[in-house]
Design a protein around this ligand. Structure first.
Ligand SMILES: Cc1ncc(COP(=O)(O)O)c(C=O)c1O
Length: 387
């Protein structure tokens, strides 16, 4: 694979192994961002009130083509948390109803569901998933143990945050449909990472971040809602689209597209980001990165005397891998890796465990993981923050 480091703006002094948190934007995409921002500043009125509508529609059309849905079934949000807040706030739950999830979800969204479920007297069920995962079947069996007569909806990550695992969401959506449950999928890590086709996945509601693996500037994400459920999605921020003076053909778009004055240039870079990925044959890049992730994973697990979190195959691993580590100070360890060794990598507590998670993208190579390995091996042998 051609190493694409020169295409990115990342500081070359840093060994960047944390693409997963906030992505990183290639130069041509960032230039497109600045081009839109400049156009905005040259005439904010024309940009925001006239041209912006066409620009956003064109961008939505490109995104919809990329993720396999209709352009009017998707709206932009600054981040997946915003998108899931729209959904959780609007979901009609009665006291006693349950939302079934796992105990491996993203912390901010656990809080979102806990908040809105508590408000409605409903229960957010964080079903325990046994790690390491043994097989898809075992995962599904574990997950459905959390189902009860009171379950109304399923909320699940397609790729998890702290554990970096791919979950069999297609099977979950199919089974949920049989049981008459609404499916809400957190695909924050999915677009640009593994192929996504919403028409085939058949989730009722789906959010994804574009500013992670789709390479766009921060603050660009989306919320997809199947037509049948759009009507009950009230806006999180009520603005001109409610009781609109000039309604469009879609209440869903009117309600969610405009949240007050803001710079939405990041949303407009999506067509350029898709073109960038096509120019560089991105699925081949992703496959090479995945190989690097997977071929190094066992030796990191051996070093930390732990087991891989799942069988090391494409079924469970993309461009993220988390290693369970023993440390008594995750923050100090993360700071040490960055400040003394210039390695940017997250050290994340989750439940009773702490995970070191590396991400690999087009600008990384084997030398980055070798450096991480050597530093971690030294810290462990010296019992510095790792044991
Ligand atoms: C699984 C998962 N969901 C959602 C998010 C979105 O986070 P935010 O809305 O804070 O950008 C992330 C971010 O890392 C994530 O890993």
């Amino acid at each position: 694979m051609e190493n694409l480091r020169s295409q990115f703006l990342l500081n070359p002094e840093i060994t960047f192994l944390n693409f997963g948190s906030f992505g990183a934007c290639p130069k041509p995409v960032f230039e497109e961002y600045q081009r839109f921002q400049l156009e905005l500043e040259r005439d904010p009125v024309q940009f925001i009130t006239v041209k912006g509508y066409d620009y956003i529609r064109e961008s939505r059309e490109a995104l919809a083509g990329y993720i396999g849905c209709e352009a009017d079934d998707v709206v932009y949000t600054p981040n997946p948390t915003f998108a899931i807040n729209i959904v959780a706030k609007n979901l009609k739950l009665q006291p006693g109803d349950e939302v079934l999830s796992t105990d491996l979800e993203y912390g901010a969204l656990d809080r979102t569901w806990a908040f809105y479920c508590a408000e409605k007297g409903a229960k957010y069920v964080r079903q325990h998933i046994s790690l390491p995962l043994v097989s898809k079947e075992q995962f599904l069996a574990d997950f459905w143990k959390g189902y009860s007569e009171k379950t109304k909806a399923v909320f699940i990550s397609q790729i998890t945050s702290t554990t970096g695992l791919i979950f069999p969401v297609k099977e979950i959506c199919a089974e949920a449909k049989k049981r008459g449950l609404l499916t809400i999928v957190d695909g924050a890590h999915v677009p640009g990472h593994i192929p996504l086709n919403l028409n085939e996945l058949e989730a009722d509601i789906y959010t994804g971040a574009c500013h992670k693996w789709m390479l766009t500037p921060k603050g660009s994400s989306f919320l997809y809602v199947k037509k049948a459920f759009q009507e009950w999605m009230d806006p999180l921020v009520v603005s001109w689209g409610y009781d609109a003076a000039y309604p469009s053909s879609s209440q869903f778009l009117d309600y969610h597209q405009f949240n007050g004055t803001r710079d939405f240039s990041a949303y407009l870079t999506i067509p350029r980001a898709i073109a960038f990925m096509e120019e560089h044959n991105w699925w081949a890049v992703a496959a090479t990165c995945r190989k690097l992730v997977q071929s190094n994973y066992q030796r990191f697990c051996d070093l930390m005397e732990t087991a891989p979190l799942a069988p090391i195959t494409d079924e469970f691993f993309g461009q993220l891998a988390s290693i369970s580590i023993r440390t008594n100070d995750p923050i100090a360890l993360k700071n040490k890796l960055f400040q003394e060794h210039q390695i940017e990598i997250p050290v994340m507590p989750h439940g009773d465990a702490v995970y070191l998670r590396y991400s690999i993208n087009a600008f990384n190579d084997q030398s980055d993981l070798d450096k991480l390995y050597d530093v971690v091996a030294k810290l462990k042998s010296e019992k510095q923050l790792l044991y």
